[in-house]
Design a protein around this ligand. Sequence first.
Ligand code: NAG
Ligand code: NAG
Length: 443
Amino acid sequence: MKLFTCLLPTVALGAYCNGSPQKNPKDNEMPILSDEPTFVKEVENGRLYNVNTGNNVVTIAHVFGTPMEMGKAHGELLKDTIVEFMTTLFEYLLNEITEEINNHIEPNLPPSFVEDIAEGGIEWAMDKTINITAPYTPDYFNQEIEGIARATGLSAHRLQQIHMFGEITKGACSMFGVWDEALASGKGLLQGRTLDWDMGGPFRDYPHITVYHPSEGWGNDFINLGWPGWIGSLTGMNDQLMGISEIGALWADHTFGHESRHGIPFTYLLRDILQWDKSLDDSKARVKGATRTCNLILGVGDGKINEFNSVRYSYSKADFFDDKTMEPGPWCIEETQPCDWHPHIQNAVYHGMDWNCPNYSRRLSERINEHWGNISPENAISDIIAHTCTGDVHNAVYDLTNNDFYFSVASPHVYSGVPRNAYENSYYKLDADKLFAEEKPNL
Ligand SMILES: *[C@@H]1O[C@H](CO)[C@@H](O)[C@H](O)[C@H]1NC(C)=O
Ligand SMILES: *[C@@H]1O[C@H](CO)[C@@H](O)[C@H](O)[C@H]1NC(C)=O
């Protein structure tokens, strides 16, 4: 697995990513499911539902109130699941890190992190990450974690350690935004995010959605697709018709400048976009003003103005791209080679799997071009994503015009059949208007 992309020394400079999508991938012909979620239970500040995606069950927790109250509700609704997931994940992370250190799996860890582990052990190195990101971490994240800790009996410190893993284990992933004339509808914004991450660990066994309904003064309502007890964001949309995308840029280049461990964890910054931003301009100001950490490509869509931008993101860079300015290109790899594999497409911004990743980006460009003028959530799912073979752990397509949230998840380990990857599985369509309209329980 690709652990530690965030902490890697920049060995990848001047090179292309490995790997290619399959030569002749199949359409995803699985039905898009849309039954109403099944009610499970409710507590003072939360209500739990689930949906069956065919061969996995996804829990949906609505949480209401202040950060502490929302954390508590999350913990009360899913206590046993959270304990099980977090305990399994922590052990898994320790094993993976130990294995990487002992086997010197290429590319090696950067000296600073290895030195930390040598000095005090893995947990100590994790604690150091908590400490050096703490000055950039708003307190409401810790309050929410405290709420989960009180309700589940897990220690808040352990939950904080686990929330640092975003900084050390980014995925590959792909993204796109397509709008107006590119769409079958001729008007609107459709955004995609696919998460290619770790299929060995417990992630695929615990897919979960939290729908946040913060009380007055605590920001927007928003949907967060992730795991039980996990409060960072990788995938989600908010009630301002905005969505987020993210790709770990392992195959970055000199245009990214440099990385740092001192800044806001990126999963918290993405969550702040969902929770606080009302417009793409808000997100631009937020990202540019933040003390950032590692090399990423982010994406932010705003369905009120039908704009989607991707972002070259690192400690030293925060460059926003539209369809006219999208990079990499027209020249790549230290300006020595043409990026014919990442052509500009009108009303589309996209990145396949990584920054310098020719075969995935080319495929994605071909599939977008194939459907240009006729793109819909349905063919984005059945063809554009499926033919790019991207999104093993989970995927989402945000219809930021009709306010619909489409998602798919991997099959769990206990499911031995096919399909296995999220991009091959049934998607589920949730009406975000209905999700955001959920009322606080009257207990
Ligand atoms: C990308 O595709 C080309 C053409 O099919 C192939 O020759 C090349 O090996 C592929 N690159 C990688 C990294 O797989
Ligand atoms: C992190 O900060 C806490 C509280 O200040 C301190 O007790 C601990 O030793 C620090 N740990 C590391 C690894 O820096």
